[in-house]
Design a protein. Structure first.
Length: 338
């Protein structure tokens, strides 16, 4: 017999129910079921006792997620981890625990509930539901800010190895990571090129964590820290400037201000390295096409095609030299000053 194929109705029902899956993963992450199962499978009653949950409801949640490959029912009423469930553990270097948390947080999913308003008017759905831009909201809400920043760091860490392997940084002397957060990318770049020095540019709260990171990695002597707004200016003296998942947060007008601030510091032989999704044309699958909706909903930014990136760069006195795909799905867009 041939392989049984899902009907269009069954496939559509699963897509429509995607919000159910998001909330199920959010609940499992919030309750830290993966951490509680880290040492081995447990009976539902024991797991519920440790988590402070109702046994029957716990079993129903895990049963649904096990159907999707997240957790596994080893025997009736006894659940353990799967490779996907391992990603919900908080002690894994490739954890997606906070990414799952953020997707199910009220401030996040309520904005997605207003996606239609963004489609109708191009108004940011988040601002329509919360009354202020995302980054202003995060400054006022420390818990949401921690969840957001940790989720971004988790997502970023998945691609750093592929980026460093796909681009030779050894020819540079001083690399400036603009909006580099806690320094995860800069750390790996410096480790791959022992003669290289780095500058981490971000807001002061992020730099505090970066200093600790670089100290633990024995890189503190090779890193300089500067804080400020990248819409106004960026550090001078670099021969490579990094923008990883920064440009996509902004519309073309705001992105142009950022690019011009970088362009003002670029020497003739310097390189601006923009690390983002480059959207393929047509029906070609790309996670970036869904992330593009996240940008539209949350902050008014966007993912871009190569044509759009080339035009955005040209409008701000930069020239696209080449696009380097990486195994992570992200690309390194290399630009030079015109």
């Amino acid at each position: 017999m041939g392989e049984r194929r899902s009907s269009p109705q069954a496939a559509m029902l699963q897509l429509i129910g995607g919000a159910w899956i998001t909330q199920a993963l959010h609940a499992a992450a919030r309750l830290r079921f993966a951490d509680l199962l880290a040492e081995g499978p447990l009976e539902v009653e024991e797991l519920a006792s440790r988590a402070g949950t109702a046994p029957r409801s716990t079993e129903r949640l895990l049963r649904a997620l096990a159907m999707l490959g997240v957790f596994q029912e080893e025997e009736p009423g006894r659940f353990g981890l799967t490779p996907m469930a391992e990603l919900l553990r908080t002690d894994r270097p490739n954890s997606l625990h906070h990414w799952a948390l953020m997707q199910g947080e009220r401030w996040h999913w309520e904005a997605w509930g207003s996606l239609m308003e963004s489609v109708r008017s191009e108004q940011t759905a988040f601002e329509a539901t919360r009354g202020s831009p995302l980054f202003d909201y995060l400054e006022r809400e420390p818990e949401a800010s921690h969840c957001f920043n940790t989720a971004m760091a988790e997502l970023s860490s998945l691609s750093i190895g592929a980026i460093v392997k796909s681009y030779d940084f050894s020819g540079f002397q001083r690399v400036v990571d603009v909006g580099g957060g806690t320094g995860a990318l800069l750390q790996r770049v410096l480790e791959a090129s022992p003669s290289l020095k780095g500058v981490l540019f971000d807001r002061e709260p992020a730099l505090e964590k970066a200093r600790q990171r670089m100290k633990e990695a024995n890189l503190e002597e090779r890193v300089e820290y500067q804080s400020g707004s990248f819409f106004e200016t960026v550090p001078s003296g670099g021969d490579a400037y990094l923008l990883k998942h920064i440009l996509h947060d902004w519309n073309d007008e705001a992105a142009g201000k950022l690019l011009r601030a970088c362009r003002a510091q670029l020497a003739p032989r310097a390189r601006l390295l923009i690390i983002e999704y480059v959207l393929p044309t047509g029906n070609t699958p790309s996670h970036g096409k869904l992330l593009d909706l996240e940008m539209m909903v949350m902050c008014g930014g966007q993912e871009r095609t190569e044509v759009e990136l080339k035009q955005l760069l040209a409008d701000n006195h930069l020239s696209l030299e080449r696009v380097i795909p990486t195994p992570s799905g992200l690309s390194i867009i290399e630009a030079i000053p015109v």
